[in-house]
Design a protein around this ligand. Structure first.
Ligand code: SF4
Length: 360
């Protein structure tokens, strides 16, 4: 079936299904139906550990309950509306949700020196669209549609796990959306993913990414889990950052640094910075000096990411000599820094780009 026909079929559905409820709402639904507590946990296990695609598979639930759930909260199979496979093994998916929305998810395999798969990282989305309007991001141009439920986030992990037929080992919330604008659902999803009775992925293998929302950083500092925090910085000069990330302007750099210092003191964990290197926009000597000053005395790791070269985009990647100069300068100032090339660059690597291409 053609991709566009499948998209239309999803559009026609336009309904909520059980995955659009939070895990706590599913517990409430079961309670309302007069079920003991363990039934809700059985249902959640079927949905988010075993990846059941229909109530018929849930053989340890009473038949009458399955019939009621099917009537009241349908369970529709998740559909991979599109999948692209990169020459480096990265797979990008557009997943159709029950209400006609789509999300983008990426599976990134890593091999050991013998060529055997040793790690599988999932980059998942937290929102449909995004309100942050970052200038270099396709999702930002598309605008915000809605938050994803915790179940819709967990389901993305299962889709990748099934497609690779391999356990997911790492997770990053760097797909579509600003994760801290959907904080509660995100934390519910990650706690389940982290829990031994859930997917059992270690907290240190789970990275929460934000474009620098101070309120979210302060909240995360109070959480007991050892999740990793990544901040998409992309500029350490306020005027450049305001240009690239206009909706972050109310989180000014000095206050952001203060919040990060507090986070490091409170948790004892380092922060990861993501810095897209964009030619003549944020890669001048002034920008480098500003980054050195911003990260000075902060326990951190800096990932320099050359921008993907996208046709028609006004933004181009920094020259290789500039990338190397930045790396050496950061290391000379005793910063842990790496140049990280985007995975799957040959299959529409930019944030939100895959989905936008499909739906244009
Ligand atoms: S880069 Fe991230 S935060 Fe910025 S618009 Fe894109 S999805 Fe949103």
């Amino acid at each position: 079936m053609k991709v566009y026909q499948r998209l239309r079929r999803y559009n026609a559905a336009m309904e909520k299904d059980i995955r659009s409820y939070s895990l706590n709402q599913i517990r409430d639904i079961c309670q309302t139906l007069g079920q003991p507590r363990f039934r809700a946990e059985q249902l959640i296990q079927w949905l988010y550990v075993k990846g059941a695609q229909s109530y018929d598979e849930m053989t340890n639930l009473p038949r009458a309950l399955r019939a009621t759930l099917a009537e009241e909260c349908p369970l529709r199979p998740l559909e991979i509306v599109d999948k692209q496979v990169s020459s480096d093994g990265t797979r990008k998916y557009v997943i159709g949700l029950a209400d006609g929305c789509y999300v983008e998810t990426v599976g990134i395999p890593a091999c050991d020196s013998g060529g055997s798969l040793k790690r599988l990282t999932v980059c998942f989305s937290t929102q449909v669209g995004c309100a942050m309007q970052c200038a270099f991001c396709a999702t930002g141009h598309e605008g915000f549609t809605r938050n994803l439920s915790s179940g819709e986030m967990i389901s993305q992990v299962l889709v990748v796990q099934n497609d690779f037929d391999m356990r997911v080992s790492n997770l990053v919330s760097m797909g579509q959306g600003e994760p801290f604008q959907n904080y509660d659902a995100l934390l519910e999803a990650l706690r389940f993913i982290n829990n031994k009775k859930g997917l059992g992925i270690g907290a240190r293998h789970i990275t929460l990414s934000t474009c620098g929302l101070i309120k979210g950083i302060n909240k995360l500092a109070e959480e007991p889990e050892q999740f990793t925090l990544a901040v998409s910085l992309h500029a350490a000069r306020q005027e450049v950052r305001d240009h690239l990330m206009p909706r972050c302007a109310h989180n000014p750099l000095p206050e952001l640094k203060q919040a990060l210092q507090h986070y490091v003191e409170k948790t004892g964990r380092r922060v990861s910075f993501e810095y897209l290197l964009i030619r003549d926009v944020n890669d001048t000597e002034k920008d480098l000096e500003a980054l050195l000053a911003f990260t000075d005395s902060l326990l951190c790791h800096i990932n320099l990411i050359p921008l993907n070269d996208i046709e028609d985009s006004p933004f181009k990647p920094s020259l290789p000599a500039v990338q190397n100069h930045w790396l050496k300068s950061l290391q000379a100032h005793h910063h842990e820094a790496t140049i990280r090339n985007s995975k799957g660059a040959d299959i529409d690597g930019a944030c939100g780009q895959l989905k936008n291409k499909l739906t244009r």
